[in-house]
Structure formats: C-alpha cells, structure tokens
Design a protein around this ligand. Sequence first.
Ligand SMILES: O=C(CO)[C@@H](O)[C@@H](O)COP(=O)(O)O
Length: 227
Amino acid sequence: MLESLKSEVCQANLDLVKHGLVIFTWGNVSAIDREAGLVVIKPSGVAYDGMKPEQMVVVDLDGKVVEGSLKPSSDMPTHVALYNAFPEIGGVVHTHSTYGTAWAQAGIDLPIVGTTHADYFADTIPCTRDMTEGEVKGDYEKETGTVIIERFEGLNPNHIPGVLVKNHAPFTWGKDAHDAVHNSVVLEQVAKMAYIGKMLNPEMGMNGLLTKKHFERKHGKNAYYGQ
Ligand SMILES: O=C(CO)[C@@H](O)[C@@H](O)COP(=O)(O)O
C-alpha cells in the first residue's frame, strides 16, 4: 500500500539525519495521500540507521493503524491533527534541532529579523501556550496538535509553515515530506541566526518592506525567484 509514499517518507526521515536535525531516534516525518485519506509515518523508536520503507506505518485520519507491523511514531496524533486542520499541507516534520528547540524551551516566538527567514516564513514563527494538566495527562500528543491549531487562529499555515511547541520542540509542514524537511532545515538556521543576532543587538528588528518583498518574490502571485 502506498509504496512510493513510503519510500518518500523513509527518505525524508533519513534526510533529517543528513541535515543534522536529529540524533538517536528523535524526530519524525510523515506525508499524506489526500485522495486515499491515509498518512504514512515513521515507526516509533526505530533507529534511522538501516530504516526501510517497508517499516513505515500507514494510519487513517482518525489515527487508526491501517497497515504496518510496527507502532507508529508517538507523535502521530499531532501529525494527524495538523493534516485534519490544515487541508493544504502534504507533509509534517518534528525535530529536536538545537536552536529551534532552544527557542521553544524558552517559550519565545521566533522573531522575523532577516530575509533568510522571510524567504520561507512570512512572519514570526509562533510559540504555543503552556499545556494544561488535563491536556498533558489526557491525550497528550493529540492535544499538542490542538495547541498548535489554536495558536494558528488568524494565521495562515501556508505562509508560516512551522511552529514552536512550548517546552518541547518545533514542528514544520509543507506541500510534501521533502518540502516539510526543507522548512525544518530553514527553521533551524533562522533560529540560530536570530539567537546570534539577539546577542549582538537585543533591539534588532525587521524592515517590514523586506519581509513582504522576500516572501512574495518566492511565494507570491508574481513570484520570480529561480528559473
Ligand atoms: O518528542 C519526542 C520525544 O520528546 C519524540 O518526537 C521523539 O523522541 C521521536 O519519537 P518517535 O520515535 O517518532 O516515536
């Protein structure tokens, strides 16, 4: 079932290692086949070294396992919540990349302070609120999705393809698994740059004209970046 999507998702998970975004078994990637309403995701706690497409797990949009002999990623309910809430996304990534996670642990929105950020994210990357006792003791991973979705009220997830989950770590998404990984790489780089910038100038800010220019030249109606 969904053989090519399984290969794509397996490769995207291995790409997290290649880009230095994960160590051990931290992090996960999934992708969705919207027509079938099925999500392919990494199995939980399986080493990246030697990971195979046939180990990927298929779940439906209720989070029920449809195919796979291994348990799906523990973060699967968060991924499923995002696919249900954001109908245009095709891939989701979660990492514990150092700088992105540092901002998430600090509980601070990742400010937009340069064109590198604006090339991919049209605004500050938001950080979620504290999770309540009921949310943490209840269906924790699903509720992680709930706090992300709540934080995106009034924001466009297609223009800001990522979030910092407070005291936890980043999630990103994109049109497919590869794109979602790309956005995770960018999030980590801009988190690092913003951290260094804050050390150099705590008052740093962004020229809003550049934000609009850079986001639109890559993603706007009249995008002209590239070939
Ligand atoms: O967030 C965490 C751990 O805090 C998990 O994302 C990480 O360990 C990966 O878990 P899975 O192997 O995908 O179940």
